[in-house]
Design a binder for this molecule. Structure first.
Ligand SMILES: [Zn+2]
Length: 283
C-alpha cells in the first residue's frame, strides 16, 4: 500500500506540471505603485513679520527660489498634473504623463494667489491648492478670498480640501472629524460646482481612523506629509509629499524631485502622527 500511495503522489505532481504548460497566460502583472514627486509648499514670500524664525522658514520659500524651481521643471521637461490625473492613474494603473510632478500649496495664503498662481499661469503649469474653508475670506491680507479661489479654479488651478478649521484630526472626536471632512467638501462643491475628491490632512496628521473617515466622507485621494516619490496604488488616501523649504537650493530641489526617498536627508519638518510613530509610541 505504501508504494501505491507514493506513486499516486508523484503522478499528481507530474500531471500538475504538465497542465501548467497549458494554463491560460497569467493576467498582466498588477502595478502596485507609481513614482510621482508631489511637492508641498506653504508660504511663497520673503521672510518678514510672522515669517522670520527658523521654524517658520520650514514653511516658506522665497519667490525668487520658487521661480527658479519652476524654471528647472520646465528646462527638464516636467509636466505638472492635478489631483484628477493622479486619481485616474491610481484607480486604473494607467501611466502618468512622462516626467509628471505635482505642486501642492497648503493653507490658502493670499500670496498663493498673488505670487504663485501668476507664476504658474505664465508657464502653463497647474497647482493644487488645499484650502481650509473656515479661513477663506476671514483674514484679509493673509488668506485668499472666495473671489481669489474662484478665479484660480476658473483658470485651471485645482482647489481641494484641507478641512474647515485645520485641526490635527487625530486629536478631535468622531463627530468633529466627520464634520471637518464633510463640511469643507460640501462648501467647496457648492462654490466650485464640481465634486471635491482630494484632501490634505492638516499638519499631515492621520491614523487609520482618519483614512477611513476620509473614505466615508467621499474623498478618493488624500495627501500626507510622509516623504517619498513612490505612491502605492492600494493606499490612495496616503499619498506621499515632500516639503520644499526656504533652505532648499535648486540642487536640493532636484534631489527631492528625483530620489525615490524624496531626499529624506535634506528634510527638516514637523514629525507627523503616522501608523509607524503611533505603533512606536504604544510599544
Ligand atoms: Zn495646513
Amino acid at each position: 500500500m505504501i508504494g501505491i500511495v507514493a506513486s499516486i503522489t508523484v503522478c499528481v505532481h507530474a500531471v500538475a506540471a504538465l497542465l501548467g504548460t497549458e494554463r491560460p497566460a497569467p493576467a498582466k502583472a498588477r502595478i502596485e505603485s507609481i513614482v510621482l514627486p508631489v511637492m508641498m509648499y506653504h508660504h511663497v514670500r520673503e521672510p518678514g513679520p510672522g515669517l522670520a524664525d527658523a521654524a517658520s522658514l520650514r514653511y516658506a520659500v522665497s519667490p525668487v527660489e520658487f521661480e527658479k524651481q519652476l524654471e528647472y521643471l520646465q528646462a527638464q521637461g516636467y509636466t505638472t498634473i492635478d489631483t484628477h490625473t493622479l486619481d485616474h492613474a491610481i484607480r486604473t494603473g494607467d501611466p502618468l504623463p512622462p516626467k509628471s510632478v505635482m505642486l501642492t500649496f497648503d493653507d490658502g495664503w493670499e500670496t498663493q494667489f498673488t505670487i504663485v498662481y501668476p507664476l504658474l499661469k505664465a508657464r502653463g503649469m497647474v497647482g493644487v491648492f488645499f484650502v481650509h474653508t473656515g479661513a477663506i475670506g476671514d483674514r484679509p491680507g493673509a488668506a485668499m478670498s472666495w473671489d481669489d479661489v474662484c478665479r484660480m479654479e476658473d483658470d485651471g488651478m485645482d482647489i481641494e480640501s484641507h478641512t474647515v478649521t485645520h485641526p490635527s484630526l487625530p486629536q478631535v472626536g468622531p463627530d468633529a472629524l466627520a464634520r471637518e471632512l464633510a463640511d469643507s467638501r460640501s462648501t467647496l462643491e457648492a462654490r466650485l460646482g464640481r465634486p471635491i475628491t482630494a484632501l490634505a490632512y492638516p499638519f499631515g496628521d492621520f491614523t487609520d481612523r482618519e483614512v477611513e473617515a476620509a473614505r466615508v466622507a467621499g474623498y478618493r485621494i488624500a495627501f500626507s506629509t510622509e516623504v517619498g516619490l513612490v505612491q502605492r496604488l492600494d493606499e490612495p488616501l496616503e499619498v506621499h509629499r515632500t516639503i520644499i523649504t526656504f533652505a532648499d537650493t535648486t540642487d536640493d530641489f532636484a534631489i527631492k524631485l528625483t530620489e525615490r526617498d524624496g531626499g529624506r536627508a535634506l528634510l527638516d519638518y514637523r514629525p507627523s502622527i503616522t501608523r509607524e510613530t503611533r505603533a512606536a509610541s504604544v510599544q
